[in-house]
Structures are given as C-alpha cells and as structure tokens.
Design a protein around this ligand. Structure first.
Ligand code: NAD
Length: 526
C-alpha cells in the first residue's frame, strides 16, 4: 500500500476547475483526458469451465463485461443459468463421490495445490493485467497485492491440506472414541467483484485443502480472472470436475447454486442483502450450511496521542485503497478533539497529491469504480451527504471525461445518524467525525448494524487493550489498517456475517466432524 501514496500529481486541466471548488480532488492522470486506455491484456477465456473443459452456456447466451476506464465492452462471456449450474454440480458431485480428489491423502492434495500456486505465480503479470482491466485496479497494486495474495493463500492452504485431523476423545464411560474431519462434499462458492482473484482463492483454497469439489460463481462485473484461473488449475493438474466455474448473474446462476439440492455447503462474499437471500435459499432447499462474509461500516479511531502522520496515512489507505471498494473500509473516521484540527488539515493537504486515472499508469493511486451502477450509486451517496448537510472537505464530484472515475471524497460535519455514516457506500467516501472520550468512542464505534473490522491509532496500551476488547467486530487493527493475512482469521459478526476466511479456521466451513465410538475391552454396550 505504500506505493499507493507515492505518486505525484499529473493534473488534468479540465478537472482542475472542479477540484478548486472542493479544496482537493480530481487529478486525472494516465491517459489523454479519461479517454484512450493504455495497454490491455489478451482475453482468452470467456466460456464456462465445467468438468475440465470450456463450454458455451446451454442457452448459447452471453453477457458483456466492460472496461471501467471507458465503459466500452471488452468481452462477451458465457451466461450460465440453472441448466449450466446443474451440469457443473453434476461434474463436481461425480468428482467428489467417485473421483480421486477427496480420496487422496492431504499431502498429495497439498502437492497439487502447491503446483497450482507455482503456475499462478508464473502467470502473475497476465493475471494482474486482467484484474486491472476488469476491476479497475492500479496495475502495480494488482500485481503486488492481489496476485501476491492469491499465491500466498493457495500456498498456505497447500500446506494446511495434510494438517487436518480429529481428536481422541476421553469418554465418561467404557467407550473409546475419536473424531474424523471429513470434506462436506460439493461447495458452492459465490464471490464479488472487488477482489475477484483473491476472493476466488480465499474460497477455493480451503475447500480444496479440505477435499471438497467446487462450483464457483464469480461476479458478473468481473468474470475474467476466475476463468483464467480455471484454465491454470488444469495446467497444474487439478483433476477434471474438482474446480468448475459458472459465469453469469446472481439471481439466475447464483440462486441456482444456493438453492441446489446437491450442493452441500455455500460460502459467499458479498452484500448483506444477498447473504440473506442465500440463507433463505438454503432454508428452502436442503438446509446446507452457509458461511457469509458481508458488508461493513467500520470505525477507524484516532486518539489524541496518535502519531499524526501515521494516522493520516492509515485513514487514507483505509478509505481510498481499491477506490473504497473494500468491505473493511474504515469509512467512519473518529478523531479525538485534541488532535482533530491538525488531523483534518493534514488529511486535506495529503489528498492534494492523490492521482485518479488509468490504472495502467504507474503514477495513479485510484482507478475507476467497477461499473456504471456502482459509480452512480456512490455519486448518489455523495449527493445525499451534501443534501443532509455534511461539508465536503475534498472531492465530491465525478472526474474524467469518460469511464467511472470519482474524486476521493471526505465529508466533515457528519452526524452519526446521516445516511452516509450508516450505510456502506463501497466507494471513495470518508466520513470524518470528532469525539471526546474513550467511552464515547466505544459507544459510537459499536453504533452500527455491521461488525466486520475496526482500526485504532494510539500509543496508550491501556486504551488500545480496552478498545480491542470493547469493539464488536471480527478484527481490530491497532496502529495499522488492512493488515489482512492468510494466517489471520477474517470474517464478521452482526450483519457482517459469520464464518471465517483465512487461517486454519477457514477449513471448518468445508469439513464435517464425525464421531466414531467403540466399547473398550469388548464391554457390552447398546
Ligand atoms: P452482491 O451481494 O450483489 O454480489 C456478490 C455475488 O453474489 C455476485 O457473484 C452476485 O452475482 C451474487 N448474487 C447476487 N444475487 C444473488 C442471488 N440472489 N443468489 C445468489 N447469488 C447472488 O455484492 P456486490 O455488489 O458484488 O459486492 C459488494 C458487496 O460485497 C458489498 O456490500 C461488500 O461489503 C461486500 N463484500 C464483502 C466482503 C467481505 O469479505 N465481507 C468482501 C468483498 C465485498
């Protein structure tokens, strides 16, 4: 993330006039005015991947995926629906019920997964370029963060595959018992568009390590990397039918997975609304377990004793990294009154060198929002913030002549009950608020239906410990933010969902615990 804040601004004349009004804002770099895109990678895989082969959708239908820099169509991708999901589930079922994958030893599965990680690493540049093109991420970040993390996650779970074991039970009677942890079966994996490749591996890797077979449904906005990764899995020797990818829309392909009678577990990342639909679909079909990683409105809390430079840098990264399209975005920034004025000033000054523009340009900090719908949604929230009476400190406008670019926007004079302070915006919008005491910080940090992440900056260990224990969230980052790691359990509580990604905990959702009991010394028992 350091590289995200190292650019110097390339100013685009047309945008500067708008920027003057808001104090900072759009420095549009990287192309000739938001128009001509730079290099684009070749797109080779656009069909469904079922049973080790790329196939058209049964209906023959396709849908467009667009370049967020221009709004132009970059490819047409097979539009999977119920019939295709049935075929993919059938392939995964066969691979699970009769195939080698769940029957291999953990260490053999780990070997194939390690090979897969190696193959992905060899194709890092191509994968990064696909992510930049489809999701609008700065290429350098896609290469270092996204692809680096993909390989890291896969390697972590390759190493985990032979460390899955049960317990020996100390029984209360003349019985001996032990537990087996067995793969649940066919896993439906439904993922969003903000980190398409990372999300693919966050779900696929623990599922494979556990011995499950999978049907993945990437987001309709960003289908390209999942298809490329399916192709690489075949190169690495993952057996046919173990990984299947069905591209398509949520209410059709996604819903067909979550309501499928032959899918044994669904792991989902996405919005709270769709998480609810997935639980409903499970309840109305085969009661499959579900794991939900949902939205957030995370607090980032800066105390009077904080290192100011560090706090500002973390607040910026926590809000504008990945153009704010991050479930853990620390979008409610609470700053204690003693440091507030200096923090606000420093924040506004620092944002002056922030560059929005073509993600393939190395000077750019922030690319376009993923698609038109998301772009309009974020701009709608910005207008709502203005109408509710919040003050625009920086940004507040769209930017560039084409594509889905938005100025990084900071609101001050925000009240806790404003819509912009309550709802997840999922864009480059920060709410800056002032507080007085630790008690108030706890109260307001927890004053949300979400509970995904939280961050705090303080040098006082007592304050840090008290806050860490009082905040109801899945993770609390002290003097850091976005410190995600495959070794660290990740997942929310409250309406941010349940179930963990990353770490050995991520395996739990793909495993069933079976108890095996037998009498000791042949003692009679019934
Ligand atoms: P979304 O919920 O609309 O879509 C996510 C996935 O679900 C997509 O693949 C989509 O096609 C599918 N889907 C949509 N409707 C469905 C249905 N009825 N049945 C089955 N599947 C369906 O979310 P989004 O707009 O793509 O992503 C943004 C949201 O995701 C934000 O709210 C964000 O906070 C959340 N998110 C959470 C995390 C996390 O780890 N907690 C990570 C990234 C994004």
């Amino acid at each position: 993330m350091a590289s995200e804040s190292e650019s110097n601004g390339h100013h685009h004349a047309g945008d500067e006039a708008r920027a003057e009004n808001s104090g900072a804002g759009c420095r549009h770099g990287g192309d000739d005015g938001g128009g001509t895109p730079r290099t684009t990678p070749e797109i080779r895989y656009t069909k469904l991947f079922i049973n080790g082969r790329f196939v058209d959708a049964a209906s023959g239908k396709t849908f467009e995926t667009r370049d967020p820099r221009t709004g132009d169509v970059i490819a047409r991708v097979a539009e999977g629906d119920k019939e295709d999901v049935d075929l993919a589930v059938k392939a995964a079922r066969e691979a699970f019920d009769h195939g080698e994958w769940p029957r291999m030893s953990g260490s053999e599965r780990g070997k194939v997964m390690a090979k897969y990680a190696e193959v992905v690493e060899r194709h890092a540049d191509e994968l990064a370029a696909l992510e930049s093109l489809d999701a609008g991420k700065p290429l350098a970040a896609a290469r270092a963060v996204d692809v680096g993390e993909c390989v890291g996650i896969l390697r972590y779970f390759a190493g985990a595959a032979d460390k899955i074991h049960g317990e020996t039970l100390k029984m209360s009677r003349q019985l001996q018992g032990y537990t087996l942890r067995e793969p649940l079966g066919v896993a439906g994996l439904i993922v969003p568009w903000n980190f398409p490749a990372i999300m693919f591996f966050s779900k696929v890797s623990p599922a494979l390590a556990a011995g499950c077979t999978v049907v993945v449904k990437p987001a309709e906005q960003t289908p390209l990397s999942a298809l490329f990764l399916a192709h690489l899995s075949k190169q690495a020797g993952v057996p046919d039918g173990v990984i299947n990818v069905v591209t398509g829309f949520g209410p059709t392909a996604g819903a067909a997975i979550s309501s499928h009678m032959d899918v044994d577990v669904v792991a989902f990342t996405g919005s709270t609304e769709v998480g609810r639909l997935i639980m409903e679909a499970s309840a109305k079909s085969n009661l499959k377990p579900v794991a939900l990683e949902l939205g957030g409105k995370s607090p980032f809390i800066v105390f009077d004793d904080a290192d100011l430079d560090k706090a500002v840098e973390l607040a910026i990264g926590g809000n504008f990294f990945n153009k704010g399209e991050a479930c853990v975005a620390g979008s409610r920034v609470f700053v204690q009154e003693g440091i507030y004025d200096r923090f606000e000033q420093k924040l506004a000054d620092t944002m002056k060198s922030w560059v929005v523009g073509d993600p393939f340009d190395p000077r750019v900090n922030q690319g376009p929002q993923v698609d038109k719908a998301q772009y309009e949604r974020v701009l709608g929230y910005i207008e709502q913030g203005k109408a509710e009476g919040a003050t625009v400190l920086t940004g507040g406008n769209p930017c560039g002549k084409k594509g889905y670019y938005i100025e990084p926007t900071i609101f001050t004079n925000v009240k806790d009950d404003m819509v912009i302070a309550r709802e997840e915006i999922f864009g480059p919008v920060m709410c800056l608020m002032k507080f007085k005491t630790v008690e108030e910080a706890i109260e307001r940090a927890n004053g949300t239906r979400y509970g995904l992440a939280a961050g705090l900056v303080t040098r006082d260990i007592d304050v840090a410990n008290r806050m860490a224990r009082s905040i109801r969230a899945g993770v609390v980052w002290v003097n850091c933010y976005f410190a995600m790691d495959r070794s660290c359990p990740f997942g929310g509580r409250k309406m941010s969902g349940f179930g963990k990604d990353d770490s050995m905990h991520a395996l739990d959702k793909f495993l069933a615990v079976k108890s095996v009991v037998t009498p000791v010394h042949g003692s009679p028992w019934f």
